[in-house]
Design a protein around this ligand. Sequence first.
Ligand SMILES: Nc1ncnc2c1ncn2[C@@H]1O[C@H](COP(=O)(O)OP(=O)(O)OP(=O)(O)O)[C@@H](O)[C@H]1O
Length: 246
Amino acid sequence: MVAPPDNDVLWARGLHHTHGSTPALTGVSLGVRDGEILAVTGPRGSGKTTLLKCLSGQLAPTEGEVWFNSSPVHTLSSPSRERLRLDRFGWIDTEPHLVPELTAWENAALPLLLRGTGHRAAKHTAMEWLDRLDVGMCARRRPARLDQSERQRIAVARALAAEPQVLFADDPTAPLHRADGAQVLRTLTTAARSHHITVVLATDDPEAAALADRSLALLDGRRTGAPAGPNGSPDAESRAACSLSV
Ligand SMILES: Nc1ncnc2c1ncn2[C@@H]1O[C@H](COP(=O)(O)OP(=O)(O)OP(=O)(O)O)[C@@H](O)[C@H]1O
C-alpha cells in the first residue's frame, strides 16, 4: 500500500463508486494540500457530490483509497468514520438542513455542543459566526421563520463555528441569488484562509471556482485533463506525489 505525501491533508487513489448500477466515479485520484481551497468542478451528474462524500467518509468507495492526515479512511469502521466527521470534518450541503425545533444560534452551536463544548462558549462562538454571515439578528428565530438565504447562511455559520480541519461544501450557494451567493462564498473563503481550514468546494459556477486556489474538473466520473490509468491507477500528478511506501 502507498501512503500519501506528508503535505496532503487528504489524498485519494483510484476511487470508484457506483450508485446501484450507475457508475458515479471511475478511477479518480487526487491530493488536497493542507490549508488550500480546492474547487471540484463539472457539469451536473459528473460525480462531484459522490467524490466529496467518498473523501469525507460519508460513502465508502466501491474501490480505491482515501487517506486523511496520512491515515486510511477507507478501512475505518462506520462508527470511526462518523467520529472523524464530527471531530475533523465539516459539511455544507446545497440545501440548508437545519434542526427545525432549534433556534438559529442553537443550530449554529450544535456541532460544538455535540463535541462537549460548554453552553456559554458554544453560544458565544455561534453568535460570532452568525454576525459574520450577516444573520446575527436572526439568532433567536427558528428555521421556519427564516428565508432560504438566511437558512443557508446559518448552515455556513454552523460549519465554520466548528472550525473543522477540512470543510466540504457541496454547491453551497445554489439556493442563493447570485450577489448573495457571491458574498457568502467570499465570507466562507476568507474565513477558511484566516482559520487555516482546508476547503473542498463542489461547484459548476466558474465565478465560485475562481475563488479557489486550484480546480479539479470532473466529467462522467473521471478527472478531465488528468485521465486515470486502467483499473483506476493514479494519474501522473498523483503518482509523482507519492513519496512513501508502507
Ligand atoms: N443516490 C443515487 N442513486 C442513484 N444514482 C445516483 C445517486 N446519487 C448520484 N447518482 C448518479 O451518479 C452520478 C453522479 O452524481 P453526483 O450527484 O455525484 O454528480 P454531481 O456532479 O454532484 O451532480 P449535481 O451537480 O447534479 O449534484 C449521476 O449520474 C447521478 O445520477
